[in-house]
Design a binder for this molecule. Structure first.
Ligand code: F0G
Length: 435
């Protein structure tokens, strides 16, 4: 029998400005600091006085819950609820999010001479992207506050997740998308789950700007990652990953960067584990952007992260086609605190990395493949060493963006051809001869 208490304490939280550090109990609809208008983060002041053994007890509690079928335990977010905002269990909106596989790479590991190379496949979430962990947390807060409408601006994945979780919660959803810039699979999801989809003639940054006006006028809860509760859900990937690695901290975790909420959340998760004593060191968290959508890369190179350099974004990795990222300050803090790098990769390098992952049975969307492309550069520069354990965070499912595949050269798609044995056998003989 375990001595673990059945109902361990969940700490109260406050919201703190990431820039001027002003603390506030609640936030307005824009989730901005009332003093300086910068973003807020969730902090738990009581953790500072956590009793000795708190951290070890958490590990036990979380492990025990893995065998439970209660929705709040089966969720890869809410299983870690001691480190999340306090909510009534009847408000939890969950679809078993998280719980994603950690898979070793073989070919890439051989080619890069990195034997300890793994992917954490966040594309295996209920709607096929990491967004589900964040949306589960934030929409739960929306429900607790009595909202019946939710909204977001999106390059596609957030809209799919918002639409699905809103449907589960019996809420209505509004999504603003950049017209013609969203992969078909993602748009289909938002429609399937009943969102009101408004396609705007602008980019993601323009959609987010318009969304600010929408939430001022209509009662709709904002679910973009500037909502700090989104990041609380998304930080749980760090907890789950550490369990999967048996609490051995990897040297590197590499993640793609768009609006920079996910890298911020990942870093927050690791820093909280370290501060609570669950781990003794931090992985270096590196952020990879596309060359054509590289505001953080430029910000770090040109002014060391003090002032955001906005860009006009262009990349076929449409998920990260963002030039004015909301969470840039949080991401800079993660880079600085963990010692990670910010790197950019070309369209060609992304496509190449995606096909290499595909060639070992790991499908993902283009933005996710940027991590492998970035790793190659970091390894070539000697920043990643052969003895290091490296985890690439694959953020989205391959089926999200099948049009991208069709545009790539060198596919093994043959025909249409005559449906005759002769033709097929002749074709296969030629293929066999090449191997
Ligand atoms: N990878 C995928 C597949 C994404 O969908 C996104 C962001 C990112 C990486 C970048 O994450 O923005 O937290 O830095 N997609 C958002 C959306 C913007 O609307 O779906 P980030």
């Amino acid at each position: 029998m375990s001595t673990v208490p059945v109902n361990p304490q969940v700490a109260a939280h406050v919201l703190r400005c990431v820039h001027c550090a002003k603390v506030q109990e609640t936030a307005d609809r824009m989730f901005r600091c009332t003093q300086c208008s910068e973003l807020l983060e969730v902090v738990y002041p009581e953790w500072a006085s956590a009793p000795p053994g708190f951290a070890l007890r958490l590990k036990e509690i979380w492990r025990e819950r893995r065998g439970s079928s209660l929705p709040e335990n089966a969720s890869g977010v809410w299983r870690f609820r001691e480190l999340l905002p306090q909510v009534d269990r009847q408000n939890i909106v969950t679809m078993c999010e998280g719980n994603t596989p950690l898979v070793p790479l073989k070919k890439a590991a051989r080619e890069l001479r990195l034997p300890n190379l793994l992917v954490k496949h966040q594309g295996m979430n209920p709607t096929g992207s990491f967004k589900d962990t964040g949306i589960s947390a934030a929409i739960t807060m929306a429900k607790a506050e009595g909202f019946s409408w939710v909204c977001c601006a999106s390059t596609g994945n957030t809209s799919a997740s918002v639409a699905a979780y809103a449907a589960r919660a019996e809420m209505k959803s509004i999504v603003l998308l950049p017209a013609g810039q969203v992969a078909a699979g993602k748009l289909a999801q938002a429609l399937e789950y009943g969102a009101y989809v408004l396609q705007l003639r602008t980019d993601f940054d323009g959609c987010l700007r318009v969304l600010h006006e929408v939430v001022r006028k209509f009662s709709a809860y904002l679910l973009n990652s500037l909502n700090p509760y989104r990041l609380e859900g998304q930080k749980t990937v760090a907890f789950e990953l550490m369990e999967q690695l048996d609490w051995h901290v990897p040297e590197h975790v590499i993640v793609p960067g768009g609006n920079l909420g996910n890298s911020s959340a990942l870093g927050k998760g690791f820093m909280e584990l370290r501060d609570l004593g669950l781990i003794q060191s931090l992985p270096k968290i590196s952020i990879i952007q596309a060359v054509g959508a590289n505001p953080l890369v430029r910000t770090m190179r040109e002014n060391g992260g003090t002032e955001l350099i906005r860009v006009t974004p262009e990349t076929r990795a449409t998920a990260i086609r963002i030039g004015n990222p909301a969470s840039w300050r949080k991401a800079v803090t993660v880079l600085k605190n963990t010692g990670g790098m910010c790197e950019e990769v070309s369209e060609k390098e992304i496509a190449q990395a995606k096909s290499e992952l595909g060639a070992e049975g790991i499908g993902c969307e283009p933005a996710s493949a940027a991590t492998l492309a970035g790793l190659k550069k970091l390894a070539a520069a000697g920043f990643v060493k052969p003895i290091d354990t490296v985890v690439l965070v694959l953020t989205g499912h391959m089926l999200k963006d099948v049009d991208y595949m069709k545009q790539l050269p060198g596919q093994n798609l043959l025909g249409p051809m005559e449906a005759g044995g002769d033709v097929v056998i002749r074709t296969l003989e030629q293929i066999y001869a090449r191997h």
